[in-house]
Structure formats: structure tokens, C-alpha cells
Design a protein around this ligand. Structure first.
Ligand code: PGA
Length: 241
């Protein structure tokens, strides 16, 4: 079931998302947050850091699990999601490093890492999973055609996704070809989902997620099977609803 909140712009979307996140952080003894990378969550993460600094909101008991990570880059490479999350969120909070979970993309045994990651999530149960959406409807690195039964797994990145991310690398050739991602089944296990999307290029994907057929052609349409999804969209992303 979707609760849809339409706002005017990106900053308002970030503020609304922050309210939802803060409620989880202060409302649980041991909040378990599922987190995402990409450009969309940056505004939300800035607000979480600012709130921690100004109001002392504590993240000491917060446990996090990130959606995905590139395969093959060393952890401290400037384009890993490990680096992204520390720079954009964790370094500005009081969260203990041991509470942070991100798939280990340079593991010597990546299939075993996928199993280990899924097992770790089972122990905790994610209270809220933050998601962005790709223009093609992907969630995490689950591209169109991904089975809804998938757990944490290895994906070959589609050319389009590699191109979309090339702006963060020197050239398209430097973008990894594989990633580890939570599967669609993994994502659906979280108690609550928070989807944030802004801009006209997300309008088709948002339409497919909410009003389209439930189909592997639009991975986000799997969220129609979840009973608690909060969708925060600006007018442009909501324009086709
Ligand atoms: P974006 O990516 O936030 O950079 O638009 C979202 C996604 O591809 O999941």
C-alpha cells in the first residue's frame, strides 16, 4: 500500500523524508535503517547530519544496511558506496563503525559475501528501507527482468546504468561491470519502505511503480506487494500519476 506525499521541489522532498527517518531514529530503541546511495538521498543525509549537530540526535544505537556496492573496487576507492556513505552521512553522525553494514565488494569470495549479508539482515529486520528509483524502474541494482524472488546477489550492470553512473568516474571504462545488491525479496522484507524521487525523468518509473502492472519489467512495481510504502515525490516525478 502506498502513502504518496507530493511536494514542490527537491528540498521539500528531503525535508519530508527527514521527518520520516527521524521518527524511526528516535522512536525505536535499536533502529535498523536500510540506506541507499545516488544523488537523491544526499539532501536527506545533510539534514540528518545537521540535526545531529544542532540537536544531538543520537545514532549510537542505530544499525544500518546499505542496498548495494560495486564489485572489484577497494573499500577506500573514492567511488565505492562505502566511501559515499561515510562522506555523505556516517562521518557526520555518532554511529559506531561496527553498526554499519555495506556489502564487501572486494571480498575474495563474493558469493559467500552475498549469503553472509543476507544472513546478517535476518538477525536484525530492517525497520525502514530508503530507496531511490532508476529511470528504468530499478531499485538497488535490480534491473528490469530481475526475479521478485531474489535475495542479495551479484548483478551484471546494464550499459544504461553504467552510463548513468559514469559521471562519477573518469570515464565509462572505469565504471565497474558488476555489483552486489539486496534482492527484491530482501527489500520487501523490511517493515517499512521510504521511496524518494524527484524530477521529470523519474515520472515514468513512478507511474510504473504505482499504477503499472506488477511485472519484472518494472522492478519497483514489486512494491505494490508491500503493505507500508511511503512515496515522497515532487510534482515533476508525480506528473504521470
Ligand atoms: P539517483 O539514483 O538518486 O541518482 O537518481 C536513483 C537510483 O538509480 O536508484
Amino acid at each position: 500500500m502506498f502513502k504518496i506525499i507530493v511536494v514542490d521541489n527537491y528540498d521539500e522532498a528531503s525535508s519530508e523524508a527527514f521527518k520520516v527517518m527521524k521518527e524511526e531514529v528516535v522512536g525505536n530503541d535499536k533502529p535498523v535503517l536500510g540506506l541507499a546511495t545516488g544523488s537523491t538521498p544526499i539532501g536527506l543525509y545533510k539534514k540528518m547530519q545537521a540535526d545531529h549537530k544542532a540537536n544531538g540526535t543520537s545514532y549510537k544505537n542505530v544499525v544500518t544496511f546499505n542496498l548495494d556496492e560495486y564489485i572489484g573496487l577497494p573499500k577506500d576507492h573514492d567511488q565505492t558506496y562505502y566511501t559515499f556513505m561515510h562522506e555523505n552521512l556516517f562521518d557526520g553522525l555518532d554511529i559506531p563503525e561496527s553498526n554499519i553494514h555495506i556489502p564487501v565488494g572486494d571480498s575474495t569470495d563474493v558469493p559467500a559475501e552475498c549469503v553472509k549479508y543476507e544472513e546478517a539482515m535476518k538477525e536484525y529486520n530492517i525497520d525502514i528501507q530508503l530507496l531511490g528509483i532508476g529511470a528504468n524502474g530499478h531499485i538497488g541494482f535490480n534491473e528490469p527482468g530481475t526475479s521478485f524472488d531474489t535475495l542479495t546477489h551479484i548483478v551484471e550492470l546494464k550499459e544504461k546504468t553504467r552510463q548513468d553512473n559514469a559521471r562519477f568516474f573518469g570515464s565509462i571504462d572505469d565504471v565497474p561491470t558488476q555489483a552486489i545488491t539486496m534482492g527484491i525479496s530482501t527489500i520487501l522484507k523490511s517493515k517499512k519502505i521510504l521511496m524518494v524521487a524527484t524530477g521529470e525523468n523519474k515520472a515514468d518509473a513512478i507511474y510504473g511503480m504505482i499504477k503499472g502492472p506488477i511485472s519484472e519489467d518494472c522492478p519497483a512495481s514489486a512494491l505494490q506487494n508491500h503493505d507500508n510504502v511511503i512515496v515522497i515525490v515532487d510534482k515533476a516525478a508525480a506528473s504521470k500519476l
